[in-house]
Design a protein around this ligand. Structure first.
Ligand code: NAI
Length: 251
């Protein structure tokens, strides 16, 4: 590696968990490439990072498009000098009973979460394996482990990410590339507004969490920052659950 700062590429980083991950990594010395299909939001996160000191670029676009993934990695390497950490975070939510689920809903969920993760990992691998202990961190969900009613598409996509992560960890182990997943529980982000949760529903769900609250996105950022750091060099093929103590049953 030449004399440069480490570089991270974070997808879906205009807001929520992805934005927190990008800002926490920047605070720990990473230059950051910010992807999101909200191009203005990606640029705003990049600007916040530049205000902190590190370099940052926006690499906007839909993660479900493999050309966007190839382009994002190419621009990251060209403008920031390399790639050391990839965080596949971009995602959407949505609820539907199985009998109401349209082909479009199913394909969109799988395309963004599972295909998007694959496209970015495939594009990034040739760069990542140039350096020892580069890191891939894929954002799954506790629903990928437990499943959840009316979230069959989301649960399937997030479970797929776990299998993909474990397989890729083995495949890239000879290159000393670390591949891990995180499985967040309920984290307060704008996503809840998208699925129409009321404050009462949010409060009721918090009662099911032993810690009795929804985490802030930064708390996920800190976990990702650990997995992205040299302190996690011997950690690979794992799923880190961050959920305030809610037991995961059925796995
Ligand atoms: P959010 O909706 O606040 O942020 C998601 C970001 O991803 C947005 O900026 C959005 O524009 C972007 N995005 C969505 N689809 C995209 C695409 N196709 N291409 C590029 N960018 C795209 O959501 P949040 O809560 O920050 O979620 C981030 C990740 O964490 C998602 O993968 C989600 O499934 C996962 N997660 C969230 C949990 C929560 O309670 N908030 C729990 C478990 C997992």
């Amino acid at each position: 590696m030449t004399n440069r700062r480490k570089v991270a590429l974070v997808t879906g980083a205009a807001r929520g968990i992805g934005e927190s991950v990008a800002l926490v990594l920047a605070g720990r010395g990473f230059d950051v490439a910010v992807n999101d299909w909200n191009a203005d939001g990606a640029e705003q996160t990049a600007e916040k990072i530049r205000q902190l000191g590190p370099k940052a670029i926006a690499v906007p676009g839909d993660v479900a498009d493999s050309e966007i993934a190839d382009d994002a990695v190419a621009k990251t390497v060209a403008q920031l000098g390399g790639l050391d950490v990839l965080v596949n975070n971009a995602g959407i939510s949505g609820m539907s009973a199985i009998t109401e689920m349209t082909d479009e809903q199913w394909h969109k969920m799988l395309s963004i979460h599972l295909y998007g993760t694959f496209y970015f990992c495939r594009a990034a691998t040739p760069e990542l394996i140039k350096n020892k202990h580069s890191k891939i961190i894929n954002v799954s969900s506790i629903y990928g482990q437990t499943g959840e009613a009316n979230f069959t598409h989301y649960s399937a996509a997030k479970a797929g990410i776990l299998g993909f992560t474990k397989a890729l960890a083995k495949e890239l182990a000879p290159h000393l590339t670390n591949v891990n997943a995180i499985a967040p529980g309920w984290i307060l982000t704008p996503l809840q507004q998208d699925v129409g949760l009321t404050q009462q529903q949010i409060d009721d769900l918090a009662e099911q969490v032993p810690f009795k609250y929804w985490a802030e996105a930064d708390e996920v950022g800190y976990l990702v920052a650990f997995l992205a750091s040299d302190e996690a060099n011997f950690v690979t093929g794992q799923v880190y659950v961050i959920n305030g103590g809610k037991p995961i049953v059925g796995i």
